[in-house]
Design a protein around this ligand. Structure first.
Ligand code: FE2
Length: 365
């Protein structure tokens, strides 16, 4: 057993750089059930940007827009559209995490920095990952304030904690360019000491028109999981290729959010206007035979088009939203695990077929 040179305590936050953070915040609050908890912007002395912090369960999302043309965030937004800029991880020592990462070949984005206010000290540092995406290391052990220094606490509706049943981030998937999957698998092995826990080839994930290859990287405890997809040869353009074309390179494809009552969570998300991918009724003819006995009623899953899959450790239920912006890029997954540690491989084909129906409607297949 080698020493863990990169201990990760958990997901700290996901920061999205978006065109209009004020309106995006409304979507996260009203469609996804988040509560806004902190804000930084021109009113609080931050002159170049506005950032909204939204929370639900243990999930923390930061939505940021620049307020001027000549700005890194404006350029990022023009190139990529709304998307995940930062997959931030909580660590016990950000300086040490950064030092280990850079020493192992990671590209530096921000050197270690400590910022202090009345609530204590927060230490951060950042490295680059695929595309223009970064990982910020955050040590907030000595900080008790709202998010970070510079942010003011805020609450829009006073119902913090109610939410729609989303409890934590399960995994964040990256789409990388053709031939680059193994480069990024090696990056997570070398820089983070992660291991490749699952691998699917294009023989396993293939529909008539497109295919993908996927490898799942995980930290030792399985808290942080990064599946990495790359396109594979198909008859027509794959959904991964479509993503890369419209995102302008590699980036985060989907954010999987966990719940402990997926039927109720999905029902409520739908009432709030979230739109999910459809699944053919024929899927539900075979699912009982494939997955077997579960606690939930298959009629409820069918009614909401929730998918089910089983592995050696148990079963899982999952559903995918339509893309969250006009570009066919980022979307969300809602997942409920009952022991299963995999990602719904048995559903990949069903998911692909469902996604491709959407792709065909946009004329991109
Ligand atoms: Fe997923």
């Amino acid at each position: 057993m080698t020493e863990d040179f990169m201990p990760l305590l958990g997901w700290d936050y996901l920061e999205l750089w978006v065109g209009n953070a004020k309106q995006s915040a409304y979507f996260y609050e009203h469609a996804l059930g988040f509560t806004r908890t902190a804000y930084a912007g021109p009113e609080t002395g931050v002159r170049d940007r506005a950032s909204y912090v939204l929370e639900q369960g243990e999930i923390r999302v930061v939505l940021t827009s620049a307020v001027r043309e000549e700005h890194e965030i404006t350029r990022h937004q023009a190139k990529h559209g709304d998307g995940v800029r930062d997959i931030a991880l909580t660590v016990p020592d950000a300086t040490e995490a950064y030092r280990q990462a850079v020493q192992r070949g990671a590209r530096s984005v921000a050197e270690p920095n400590s910022v202090e206010d009345d609530f204590g000290t927060i230490e951060t540092a950042a490295i680059a990952t695929y595309g223009d995406t970064i990982h910020t290391f955050v040590n907030r052990a000595d900080y008790a304030g709202p998010f970070k220094p510079g942010f003011v606490s805020m609450s829009s509706n006073g119902n913090r904690g109610a939410g729609l049943g989303l409890t934590n981030i399960d995994h964040v998937v990256g789409n990388v360019e053709l031939g680059k999957m193994d480069t990024w698998v090696e990056f997570y092995e070398t820089v983070f000491g992660m291991t490749n826990i699952l691998h699917f080839g294009d023989d396993q994930i293939q529909t008539e028109y497109s295919a993908l290859m996927s490898k799942v990287m995980s930290d030792g405890e399985g808290k942080i999981k990064f599946p990495i997809n790359e396109p594979a040869e198909g008859k027509r353009k794959s959904q991964i290729e479509e993503y890369i074309e419209f995102y302008g390179g590699a980036g985060a494809q989907h954010i999987a959010l966990a719940t402990t009552d997926i039927v109720r969570t999905v029902e409520t998300l739908k009432e709030h206007g979230m739109i999910f991918l459809d699944t053919p009724d024929s899927y539900y003819d075979e699912v009982v035979g494939r997955v077997g006995e579960i606690d939930e009623d298959y009629d409820d899953l069918h009614r909401h088009k929730i998918l089910a899959d089983r592995d050696d450790d148990g079963y899982l239920l999952q559903i995918f939203t339509k893309t969250a912006q006009d570009r066919p890029t980022l979307f969300f997954e809602v997942i409920e695990r009952h022991g299963a540690t995999s990602f719904g491989e048995g559903n990949f084909k069903a998911l692909f077929e469902a996604i491709e129906r959407e792709q065909a409607l946009r004329g991109n297949l």
